[in-house]
Design a protein around this ligand. Structure first.
Ligand code: FAD
Length: 529
């Protein structure tokens, strides 16, 4: 197979002509007639918007053609062999228990099931269909279900998300993950887009179908089933004690995968009491910021804004402050919604999601300040109390009804509480309370956010538009701890206990958590990839 990279098309063509235009480019580059090309497919597609009056789409394409070696001298043309993630031989016969059905747990269980180990997945939250009803009720009426919400339930924290599948890690397991997503109902273009995205509406089907595949392969998935305790003897895992709505059950096993995510606070406390080695990890907290998407598009795409070939635009901003802190935007959701993402009573947590069309009026993003263990007191889990304090203050300030406290950027910068909203209507439900966010955020967070906003406005004009809305508090962007594991065996100081994914501190986001879940399955089965 030949790969041709760096093929550029100015982003003003009729979208239905994309393949035709690429075919012409391929013929020109290889200097061949159309009949010589057996087939071609897009393997990568990205947007180059550095020049606002000449936004381009940049492609790599994979071409099947006879006598391919004869084209290898041509610029940007290389040869490659597509590789598949295969099933390897394992001597292991144990039936592992996987705790958590987020991306890490699902992909770990999938690979274990493909190798014939019949894993049992236990998930404290509901299956995705019942979970959706619980989440919708919370967003509408403010009635929170503490075990099924935006953090917990089938698919984990990734289900009600923006569904960005981009990751900073380069890993050979990513094509396998994207292939599984496509087989489970995601559009095939995620395999080649440089910034693949699927949205909550598609994710709901995808996680349901991946679960069904695990079951078809001999795995078992138990919802509304919480791992209450680990059973440990002589420093080795012997099983798990489960709770299913008040009924206890024990599963005996020598291998437990902890894919518990970053919000499983009671499980972290249980692990600490058992003496599982954990260390605090730097993390970040802040607010969500909302602008009109059309204003962001104008800044990012200039005269190409509103072009259907480009979709809603994104941004990623950061500022290194003289006080040593970093302020950065995170998990930007073009055309998305700010969502109520609490998992504990009397707490307000914000996050962002979108549907696949990304057609909402607003753009939102987390605006975060780095936090280190020096910023709070307490032991290894002191960060959890720090997050909890912020979330409870936000709950009080919002009006004790899960409304988010909000403030206009202009007022925030001028140290004035907001009394009303401007022309940007916040998307957070069940509602918002205009107020003064200084009453719920620590001084270092407020001052860093202000400095960061001013720096970011120099990078993206209009970022500190007066009416842009800040909603508090964004406190669950990553895990505040790392569960230590042996880099080869992936076990903790307790034999047979395998932490993985975001909660264990080894991933950040859907795809990297899925990668870590697969790596964990491989380590558990002692197979080499
Ligand atoms: P999780 O997905 O958190 O899953 C852990 C699961 O374990 C949960 O379902 C939980 O209920 C279960 N669990 C915990 N303890 C127990 C127990 N004791 N017994 C039984 N079950 C238990 N990332 C992206 O890459 N792109 C995005 O666009 C994106 N948007 C997001 C939007 C929102 C609103 C949120 C909340 C997150 C978003 N993320 C996004 C982050 C992403 O969802 C996480 O990084 C990812 O889900 C982490 O995967 P995980 O499997 O490690 O943990």
């Amino acid at each position: 197979m030949l790969r041709i990279s760096n093929i550029k098309l100015r982003a003003d063509f009729d979208p239905s002509k994309e393949k035709e235009l690429l075919a012409q480019k391929i013929q020109k580059i290889l200097r061949v007639k159309q009949e010589r090309i057996s087939s071609f497919s897009i393997s990568k597609k990205s947007i180059d918007a550095r020049e606002k009056n000449n936004v381009q789409l940049v492609y790599s394409v994979d071409v099947e053609i006879e006598n391919e070696k004869s084209y290898l001298g041509i610029k940007n043309v290389s040869s490659f062999e597509p590789s598949e993630y295969g099933v390897k031989k394992t001597q292991k016969t144990i039936r592992p228990v996987v705790v958590g059905s987020g991306p890490a747990g699902l992909f770990c269980a999938l690979v274990l099931a493909e190798h014939g180990l019949n894993p049992i997945v236990v998930e404290q939250g509901m299956d995705v269909d019942r979970r959706k009803m619980a989440v919708d009720k919370f967003w509408k009426d403010g009635e929170l279900e503490t075990s099924s919400n935006v953090q917990f339930g089938e698919g984990g924290a990734g289900t009600f998300s923006d569904g960005k599948l981009t990751t900073g890690v380069k890993n050979t397991r990513i094509p396998k993950i994207l292939k599984e997503f496509v087989e489970a109902g995601a559009p095939s273009k995620i395999a080649y887009l440089s910034k693949p995205h699927i949205g909550t509406d598609i994710l709901i089907n995808v996680v349901r179908n991946i679960r069904k595949k695990i079951e078809c392969l001999g795995g078992e998935v138990r919802f509304e089933t919480k791992m209450k305790e680990l059973i440990i003897e002589n420093g080795e895992v012997r099983g798990v004690l489960l709770d299913r709505q008040g009924e206890s059950d024990v599963i005996e096993t020598d291998a437990v995968v902890l894919a518990i995510g970053h919000s499983a606070r009671d499980t972290f406390y249980m692990l600490k009491d058992l003496g599982v080695d954990m260390i605090p990890k730097p993390f970040a907290v802040g607010v969500r910021i909302e602008h009109h998407q059309k204003d962001i598009d104008l800044q990012q795409f200039g005269s190409f804004a509103n072009n259907p070939l480009l979709g809603a635009s994104e941004y990623k901003l950061n500022a290194h402050l003289p006080n040593g802190r970093g302020v950065y935007t995170f998990c930007m959701c073009p055309g998305g919604h700010v969502v109520a993402a609490a998992s504990e009573k009397n707490a307000v947590v914000t996050n962002g999601m979108s549907y696949s069309a990304r057609s909402g009026e607003n753009a939102n993003s987390a605006l975060l300040v780095s936090v280190t263990p020096n910023d709070f007191k307490g032991d290894v889990l002191g960060a959890i109390e720090f997050q909890r304090k912020l979330e409870r203050k936000a709950f009080e300030l919002g009006g004790r009804n899960y409304f988010a406290p909000v403030q206009l950027v202009g007022d925030f910068l001028e140290n004035k509480g907001s009394k009303q909203l401007g022309d940007i209507i916040p998307t957070y439900t069940p509602g918002v309370t205009p107020t003064d966010l200084r009453e719920c955020l620590d001084d270092f967070i407020v001052e860093s956010l202000k400095d960061g906003l001013r720096v970011m406005d120099r990078k993206l004009a209009g970022f500190i538009k007066h009416d842009a809305v800040l909603s508090a508090v964004e406190s669950r962007s990553s895990s505040p701890v790392t569960i230590k594991r042996n880099p080869l065996t992936f076990e903790t100081n307790i034999k047979g206990l395998y932490p993985c994914g975001e909660g264990a501190g080894y991933a950040g986001g859907i795809t990297s958590s899925a990668v870590d879940g697969i790596k964990c399955a491989e380590a558990l089965m002692e197979i080499e990839v």
